[in-house]
Design a protein around this ligand. Structure first.
Ligand SMILES: CC(=O)N[C@H](C=O)[C@@H](O)[C@H](O)[C@H](O)COP(=O)(O)O
Length: 220
């Protein structure tokens, strides 16, 4: 079985329907480019993208399925959605493990993923309390993915402090994810205790990279 190695850079290859590079073919190319650059794993959304990426790489795939309203629990919200990403070729399942109302109990969802699908679970959290609860519910990895996206206020940089708190308090690997753009960001979260680092937009979203630099040109 493919596992997520310590010190990996995980490249998140995701593009929503509003993005011109949306679709499995583009995401498979992104994954191949990431692998060529030394990525240790790929994070990907939805069975179609995951299947296309599985066909072109042997790297571990952290699979998820965004479903429903992004204002609530929408990253792999159910056991069924987890089964779909594993059937498509994912080696781990990432799911929302915040403390918000959810369609299925977190511990039951994780137990079924372990028992029936036989893969580890990455709990995407937004706080220390959610991280503690995710681990208690059986998450194998805890990621800072949703920090800054659940309380209406999104900072510009990564949540280094949450990485530090989780790494101090939990006995499982902590994954730094969210708004990591630079080599300095990568080093900061690594030094705060991250086991692996996920980078998405800064590598695989040319639209947002362009907008960021266009915005910089406007600053005097
Ligand atoms: C909040 C949410 O829905 N995050 C998603 C989780 O899979 C993705 O849209 C992010 O691109 C991913 O977490 C990587 O983060 P960043 O793109 O900032 O490097």
């Amino acid at each position: 079985m493919r596992t997520l190695a310590r010190g990996s850079l995980v490249v998140s290859c995701q593009a929503g329907p509003e993005n011109p590079i949306h679709g499995p073919a583009a995401m498979a190319l992104m994954a191949q480019a990431a692998e060529a650059g030394g990525a240790g794993a790929i994070r990907a959304n939805g069975p179609d993208d995951i299947a296309a990426i599985r066909a072109v790489t042997d790297l571990p795939i952290v699979g998820l399925h965004k479903l429903g309203d992004p204002a609530g629990v929408f990253i792999t919200p159910t056991y069924g959605s987890a089964a779909g990403v594993v059937a498509a070729g994912a080696d781990l399942v990432a799911l929302d493990a915040t403390l918000r109302p959810r369609p299925e109990r977190l511990d039951e969802q994780i137990t079924r993923i372990h028992d029936e699908l036989g893969v580890p679970v990455m709990g995407d959290v937004d706080s220390l309390d959610a991280g503690l609860a995710a681990r208690e519910a059986g998450a194998d990895f805890v990621a800072t993915t949703l920090s800054g996206y659940t309380d209406g206020r999104t900072p510009t940089g990564p949540d280094v402090e949450l990485v530090r708190q989780l790494a101090t308090r939990l006995d499982c690997p902590i994954i730094a994810e969210g708004r990591i753009w630079t080599a300095e960001d990568v080093m900061s979260v690594r030094d705060a205790g991250a086991y692996a680092v996920v980078v998405g937009t800064a590598i695989t979203n040319p639209r947002d990279i362009t907008a960021r630099l266009v915005g910089a040109l406007a600053v005097r």
